[in-house]
Design a protein around this ligand. Structure first.
Ligand SMILES: Cc1cc2nc3c(=O)[nH]c(=O)nc-3n(C[C@H](O)[C@H](O)[C@H](O)COP(=O)(O)OP(=O)(O)OC[C@H]3O[C@@H](n4cnc5c(N)ncnc54)[C@H](O)[C@@H]3O)c2cc1C
Length: 381
């Protein structure tokens, strides 16, 4: 009998597995694909501050593709706010490679990784899996669902989600001329309730994507690339869902827990979930340790997640605020932001991961209150 079985070898599950094993608890990771990190459905951009906080610079350097210094954010009518720093703000990584580095580290710590092994069902401490077409039973005290956006574990726990809690994303690699130092973000009706992005790998290649709630992602994406005059290796399997809903009140039921996209540990503003999922993975392992060692209830995991959930709730509120804006509202807001020097303000204080830090700064600057009266309300949440 294993102490922990993690379903899914993505960043959240691998970090949780490695930490649990290091704390002394025999852990297995199940991954349905034959290789960790494929297929890739991700832009692979992660904040430099988050990388420092998690202490993973060495791992990132192994798979580094590009470093960026900021972002140009365009309103529908091409009003631009530029947020720029003199140093690196974010890293663009080979996402498949990144997951494989985390997999290697988990294995080095003693975690058993079972590839080609799909979790089919869970009943108490029995995990039903399919391995190369054959059924098997595994035994585990606790099961952590790190099985991504379409989590089967979440469904087995009876946690319902709604289609309105997701955006549909589509991304390709495009050739062209790009500023290798800057990410570009485009708001507009073709990216309803989200945005389109151009994340440079170099001066001639970029990861170009779009997410929306329109229900016709290919049409939205084609409109965008036509407008931007981009060409690329378009494909049919480059689309996926991103959770943008509010974090769940509880992600523990009996001996089942959730982490990462499965638990909606994803920023509703940007769709980013790599670093947050990894941070939550550490929390899951700590909760498990306290459970096995000191008999603490597994449900303490929910309480231990509250600093992460507080940030996630702010991301969600900002997303709700943005989604209410029409194209005209957005253009007006961008004009006002430029007048008020918002680009410079964000360049100094902006934080991709932790909006609480940035809202705190707004609250200390009354000239910004008129622009974002909601900041006062968000601050009370
Ligand atoms: C187009 C797009 C772009 C994105 N860009 C970024 C970005 O730039 N930066 C960022 O931070 N985030 C980004 N994200 C979000 C990011 O990809 C996710 O938040 C992140 O991958 C979540 O990690 P995870 O470990 O929770 O799940 P995943 O990485 O999805 O891993 C889940 C794993 O579980 C496995 N699995 C699923 N079901 C089973 C089963 N039944 N049995 C066994 N194995 C199973 C899957 O094969 C997979 O390997 C993007 C998402 C999309 C769709």
């Amino acid at each position: 009998m294993k102490m922990l079985t993690v379903v899914g070898a993505g960043p959240a599950g691998l970090v949780a597995a490695r930490k649990a094993q290091k704390l002394g608890w025999e852990t297995t990771v199940l991954e349905e694909h034959p290789t960790i990190g494929t297929p890739v459905n991700c832009t692979g951009i992660i904040s430099a501050s988050g990388v420092e906080e998690l202490g993973i610079r060495k791992q990132v350097e192994e798979v580094l593709v590009n470093k960026v210094r900021g972002a140009q954010i365009f309103s529908p009518n091409h009003e631009m706010v530029e947020v720029k720093k003199s140093g690196t703000v974010a890293y663009v990584v080979d996402r498949g490679g990144f997951d494989r580095v985390l997999g290697r580290e988990a294995q080095d710590a003693g975690v058993e990784i079972r590839l080609n092994t799909k979790m089919i069902d869970i009943r108490n401490e029995t995990v039903f899996v399919e391995h190369k077409g054959r059924g098997e039973l595994l035994k585990s005290r606790v099961i952590l669902g790190a099985d991504g956006v379409n989590s089967k574990t979440r469904r087995l726990m009876g946690i319902e989600t709604d289609i309105k809690n997701y955006v549909h994303a589509y991304q390709v690699v495009a050739e062209g001329n790009f500023n290798p130092n800057m990410v570009q973000v485009y708001l507009g009706d073709y990216a309803k309730n989200f945005f389109a992005w151009v994340v440079p790998e170099s001066a001639t290649r970029a990861r170009v994507g779009l997410a929306s709630t329109s229900g016709n992602i290919r049409k939205d994406f084609n409109l965008f690339v036509q407008e931007k005059n981009l060409t690329g290796n378009f494909c049919d399997r480059c689309s996926s869902l991103i959770p943008v809903g509010e974090p769940f009140k509880s992600v523990v039921k009996g001996n089942l827990m959730l982490v990462g996209d499965a638990a909606f540990h994803t920023k509703a503003t940007t769709g980013g979930g790599i670093l947050l999922g990894m941070a939550a993975g550490e929390v899951a392992a700590n909760a498990l340790h306290a459970h096995f060692k000191d008999n603490k209830p597994l449900s303490d995991y929910d309480k231990m997640l509250s600093p992460i959930n507080k940030e996630l709730r702010l991301h969600f509120k900002i997303r709700e605020y943005m989604n209410k804006k029409t194209e005209d509202d957005m253009d007006n807001l961008f004009r006002k932001m430029n007048k008020a020097g918002m680009g410079e303000f964000l360049s100094e204080y902006g934080d991709m991961d932790k909006p609480s830090r940035f809202l705190g700064k707004i609250l200390k600057k009354p000239s910004m209150w008129r622009l974002f009266p909601e900041a006062l309300r968000f601050a009370g949440t």
